[in-house]
Design a protein around this ligand. Sequence first.
Ligand code: GDP
Ligand code: IMO
Ligand code: MG
Length: 426
Amino acid sequence: MPGSIVVGTQWGDEGKGRVVDIVAKECSHVVRYQGGHNAGHTLVVDGETFALQLIPSGVLYEHVIPVIGNGVVVDPHVLLAEIEMLGAKGVDCSRLMVSPQAHLVLPYHQLMDELAETQLGDAKLGTTKRGIGPAYADKASRTGIRVEDLLDSDYLRERLHAVLRERNIILREIYGHEGVDPDVLADQLITEVAPKLSPYIGDTIGELHTALQSGERVLFEGAQATFLDLDHGTYPFVTSSNPVSGYALVGAGLGPGAVDQVIGIAKAYLTRVGSGPFVTELIDEIGDYLVETGREYGTNTGRRRRTGWFDSVMARQSVRLNACSEIALTKLDVLDQLKIIKVCVAYEVDGRRYEYLPHLRRLHDRATPIYEELPGWLQDLSEVTDRSELPNEAIDYISFLEQQIGVPIRFVSVGPGREQYLRFTS
Ligand code: GDP
Ligand code: IMO
Ligand code: MG
């Protein structure tokens, strides 16, 4: 049986983790294929909240094997802390598999990220300061350290010496930082990290191929989202990996035939953390309402998220870029108290109408939204579990979005809890 991909269609925090938690029930493996601990995926199960950064959201099911694929960058301390945190909550992580080819996020990556952002001042990208960009830059520069290097102490020490020779010059000369001692770091990785992490390092590619061949369904869990994608996002205000569905295969070590379902996750409105363009942004009391009602503060960094109306232009572009077969619409309940709900149906730039994202940044930067207004439902949806219980205005809103996006909305969530969702068939 082929696999399913869950991918964010906006700027992240769409509720990917909570959708994965539901879809994973029918899957044998859940694989993270890119990103690192810049992600924050929240699951609420029986009133208990789990905020996951690196471990795939399927971990709560005993029958699911969570896999960290080769496309991920792994901060080993964060991973070990997450395993411990889950263990303390009674979740067994012994099934976890980590690809030997995944790259490590090390203290100098985090330092470079933080110092670079500070130096940029008002021009900062607004990164999570987790070291993700520098770790992927090292991977591309072929100076990265991989998970498998933890199993080879001499090689690890040698590589750290080589990379830190140059990195320490930058840290000292440009940022006035004392630098990182390669031997201290190597000792720590060899004595503290490697023994704890090595039981999880395994043949993730072999494992996934065998699962697919024997008819199991594998779920690929995207982190970040389409418009944070290094190629397709609002560059340079993007992350340093490729969240789009195409990369799921690269980041897990599979070919294109391995997937027959791509579920695009879209919030019923829009949010963004960090800098960059935002055509439908609301800097008014409705924006504040969305922040407070939707609890729009980063799972990971605690930062206040920027908010705006649903943007069909981005959604359509996302369907194209990811080949979404369907959409899961989340956080519909957050709109419960709004009398009027606006939806951006197209952009206008210099008098021209755009149904898809303008292909040049300088056009995108000048885009203004063309809105259609829909009546709100002014009812609490948080207990709704079936389409028949939805007020007409909510059905109309979902159907309108479906028509705008061009693929079916098959799942609608109305609260953070595992049970707070309904299947939607038009
Ligand atoms: P992810 O990064 O895409 O997994 O999303 P996050 O976990 O960062 O952010 C989504 C937030 O919305 C989390 O706090 C979820 O618990 C919450 N959430 C998810 N679905 C719903 C929903 O349908 N309604 C409400 N009110 N909250 C939701
Ligand atoms: P999940 O998986 C929302 C944003 C940062 C910043 C930009 C680059 O929870 O949806 P980075 O640290 O990756 O170099 O920062 O990307 N960003 C996210 N925004 N959700 C995320 O992950 C994000 N991961 C990174 O805020 O704008
Ligand atoms: Mg998140």
